[in-house]
Write a protein that binds this ligand. Structure first.
Ligand SMILES: [Zn+2]
Length: 447
């Protein structure tokens, strides 16, 4: 579909009808009396509401389809026009950004990050949780947030601080206030695990070791969900299974009754629940309880993927995290593929065959922040088309994560726009090369 620029009233020729009511009062208010002080105090992450930018790439991916020769017009923090370059006209004085040879698209959305973690080959997960001071972890996280944004990921669903308490809530506010650059964040705070099932572990049983997530049971799950919501969780994350079987294998943790309680309480508050799950039984309980997305899903069976499809539950495969962990143990791409990879290829194929909605989320933090594109490349390697992966990272993630102002290039939506050198629909590796990054109408990277 083409989003053609339409001429509005003579006084405001560049603001389509739909956007005018929202923009005009603020423009008039600024002009009337408060302009100098408001401008002076405006946070660095808010654009001048009258600033107009015309973006001229080789092509535009609008979240669904690729359009050669399109241009996009931005006013303030929103997209006001998108369509064939000849039909999108900019007013005198508009900034024109030429992006020759590049593809402009909605700001990419990461569905599974941990900004408070850094790669496990630098410091093991146990040591990050137990030995790194909170301030150290937050200091690192500010770098991670910047790297994420500069790579073209303008939003992220950050799925757990892994022992760093509620630091994601503060990080999100620091970004929103323009104190540090970073992506828009959806946060879960500590995440929820069944008592005794998580880590770090392996210590004398007499010792109470701080855990990487908050423990709960049937008698306490409602309290824990409400408490996390009260402290700032946008989403509730629960571990449906973990490696606590007799031989260290993944086994289900929460019972169906516990799971149902978690979803009931979260839903009452209007918040979705997402589940870490790799076993078929953990996935099944999560789906029946009513979670919206399942993270990992490594050992999902055709039956459980059909159940996900039936209940409209999406899957974040996190292929890149599994691959990174194998690399840390010495495996390299090109080596014979170990059973874990072969099983992952088979389960992702089963999910695709069942028609499950696939989200783009790599569990970044296990590997280097800013290399979120690794998951996009691996999803192509595992059988998705580049165009399907681009949709997953934009319009599909936006829809499933309830980010209705994002994920598409369409007049009226927020101007989160990024450009990559080349055409990622032809070669997905283009997403390694960001040329231009805009979030909410503010340019963070330009050629
Ligand atoms: Zn994760």
């Amino acid at each position: 579909m083409a989003y053609l620029f339409r001429r509005a009233s003579p006084g405001h020729p560049l603001i389509p009808r739909a956007v005018r009511p929202a923009l005009l009062p603020s423009v008039l208010l600024l002009a009337a009396s408060f302009a100098p002080s408001l401008c002076a105090q405006a946070p660095a992450n808010r654009p001048d509401s009258s600033a107009v930018t015309l973006l001229v790439p080789a092509r535009v991916f609008d979240g669904t389809d690729m359009h050669d020769g399109w241009a996009v017009l931005v006013r303030g923090e929103r997209i006001v026009a998108a369509g064939p370059a000849g039909s999108v006209s900019a007013p005198a004085g508009a900034r024109r950004v030429e992006l020759p040879g590049s593809t402009l698209m909605p700001g990419l959305i990461e569905a599974h990050s941990h900004l408070l973690l850094h790669p496990y080959n630098e410091t093991s997960w146990n040591d990050q949780v137990l030995r790194e001071p909170l301030a150290l972890r937050v200091a690192r996280a500010t770098n991670h947030a910047r790297a994420t944004l500069m790579a073209g990921f303008t939003s992220t669903r950050d799925l757990g601080t892994e022992g760093a308490g509620y630091a994601d809530v503060g990080l999100k506010r620091a970004i929103a206030q323009g104190i540090i650059p970073g992506p828009r964040m959806l946060v879960v705070t500590r995440a929820i695990v069944a008592t005794g099932s998580y880590g770090p572990r392996g210590f004398t049983p007499e010792m109470d070791v701080p855990q990487g997530a908050e423990e709960a049971d049937l008698s306490t799950v409602a309290h824990v969900v409400r408490d996390q919501i009260g402290r700032g969780a946008d989403v509730i994350k629960v571990y449906a299974d973990y490696r606590w079987g007799p031989n260290g294998e993944a086994r289900p943790t929460f019972t169906q009754a516990e799971f149902n309680e978690i979803v009931d309480v979260a839903r009452s508050s209007g918040r979705p629940v997402v589940a870490h799950a790799s076993t078929a039984e953990g996935m099944r309980r999560a789906v029946l309880a009513g979670v919206e997305t399942i993270e990992h899903g490594d050992d999902g069976t055709p039956e459980v993927f059909r159940l996900m499809k039936e209940h409209n539950v999406a899957l974040t495969p996190t292929v890149a995290a599994g691959e990174a962990i194998l690399r840390y143990s010495g495996w390299k791409p090109g080596d014979r593929e170990p059973p874990r990879i072969l099983a992952k290829r088979a389960s992702l194929k089963a999910a695709l065959d069942a028609g499950v909605t696939i989200l783009m989320g790599g569990d970044v933090g296990v590997f280097t922040h800013g290399e979120n594109w690794r998951e996009m490349e691996l999803l192509v390697e595992y059988g998705m088309t580049p165009l399907a992966v681009l949709r997953a990272a934009t319009s599909v993630n936006a829809r499933v994560l309830h980010l209705d102002q994002l994920g598409n290039v369409r007049p009226g939506l927020l101007a989160d726009l990024v450009a990559f050198r080349g055409d990622p629909a032809a070669d997905i590796h283009a997403v390694e090369h960001p040329l231009f990054v805009m979030k909410g109408g503010v340019t963070y990277r330009a050629p």
